[in-house]
Design a protein around this ligand. Structure first.
Ligand code: F6R
Length: 364
């Protein structure tokens, strides 16, 4: 049932304020500022590092979580693609928790990577959407993301729920390890509780996003740029676009632009810049200006302050509400998803069943 939407993907994008609220409610009991896990057996003070493994969109959720764990909990994190990890056979110390992120819980490479860590890591933790799945069953601790059934092949609501749960896990690690003050923890939890409201405000930008998507649908290649927490999201935005619109897209760290991809920039190249007005905003804007100096067409996704400061010369803007810096990748997922969605609709592709793709990749 598409609940009045043209595609399951549109329905699942629209559901995000509700499912993310559910994910937050289940780990952040009302009244308190402390994250509570369904299984209390995960003590971050006993761990030296985290190794996170996943595929595709779930891998980008892990890359985002690396920034959170390192910044908030001062915990070193390694992130790898499951198909690389399993054959590289990296050494795993017994003070490592191995964390696997998978919507379906059945991805063959991720499951094999999990089995490789059995008996080596201190704990096997998974962040999954399907509690009965193989990955959930074979973990010491399985953390559900509460996204509900996801039907669209391109993952949307599972991604934002994965991010929400991973951020809460990083906050739990920060609380255990005493790396954030009570005030900072309270700041984060208040922002998390406000997340559904800002997600709704992001969804309200649908019409502006559709306009930008109309323009993107004419492109052969699209570049996505982001810095810091926005870098993994740039790659996720590019993945979404290529999956469903079949337009070639790449996500890059803004700072990498001059190390190669700037050679691609000309008047035919749209560049989506994901840049809330945060501590690295000025750096990203200077990269964006390098794009415009070469006639690249910039779509700037930012907040009021960012747009006021940097909109000169851009092709179009997508306006996001203000949000706590840590939460920006969750919020900015919405324009990334809607850009891909409307571009695909403009091109007339099969949004829910893109060619050559399967929802669950149970063979390697
Ligand atoms: C992209 C997408 C895929 C999956 C990947 C992992 O939109 O859906 O990249 O994220 O195949 O799947 P799960 O999370 O089920 O392990």
């Amino acid at each position: 049932d598409k609940a009045g939407h043209k595609h399951f993907m549109a329905k699942e994008i629209a559901e995000q304020p509700v499912v993310v609220a559910e994910a937050i409610r289940s780990y952040l009991p009302t009244g308190g500022d402390r994250v509570v896990l369904p299984d209390t057996d995960l003590d971050f003070t006993k761990l030296d590092r985290l190794t996170m493994v996943a595929c595709g969109t779930a891998f980008y959720a892990c890359l985002t979580a690396k920034y959170w764990f390192e910044q908030l909990a001062k915990m070193p994190v390694e992130v790898d693609i499951a198909s690389e990890f399993r054959y590289r056979e990296p050494p795993i110390s017994d003070r490592t928790a191995a964390l696997f992120v998978s919507q379906s819980g059945e991805t063959a490479d991720t499951l094999a990577a999990l089995r490789y860590c059995e008996g080596k890591a201190d704990k096997i933790v998974s962040v999954i959407n399907v509690p009965e799945s193989s990955i959930a069953r074979e973990s010491d601790i399985a953390l559900p993301i509460h996204a509900g059934v996801e039907i669209g092949v391109a993952s949307t609501k599972a991604f934002t729920c994965q991010l929400s749960v991973l951020l809460m896990l990083a906050l739990k690690a920060a609380a255990d390890r005493g790396t954030l003050t009570d005030e900072e923890l309270a700041d984060h939890t208040a922002a998390l509780r406000g997340l559904p409201t800002v997600l709704n405000a992001a969804l309200d930008q649908d019409r502006a996003i559709r306009k930008s998507a109309q323009r993107l649908s004419e492109a052969r290649d699209v570049l996505f740029l982001g810095r810091g927490l926005m870098y993994p999201l740039a790659m996720e935005g590019a993945l979404k676009l290529k999956e469903i619109s079949y337009i070639h897209a790449e996500g890059y760290a803004s700072g990498e632009l001059k190390h190669g991809p700037i050679a691609l920039i000309d008047k035919h190249m749209p560049v989506v810049v994901m840049a809330p007005r945060d501590a690295v905003f000025d750096k990203t804007v200077s990269n964006m200006q390098e794009v415009m100096a070469r006639k690249g067409k910039v779509i700037l996704v930012s907040d009021d302050d960012g747009i006021a400061e940097a909109e000169d010369g851009v092709w179009s803007t997508i306006r996001m509400p203000h949000v706590h810096t840590s939460l920006a990748p969750i919020l900015y997922s919405v324009p990334a998803q809607l850009l891909a969605y409307h571009t695909a609709v403009a091109k007339g592709t099969d949004v829910d069943q893109p060619r050559n793709l399967a929802k669950s990749v149970t063979v390697e």
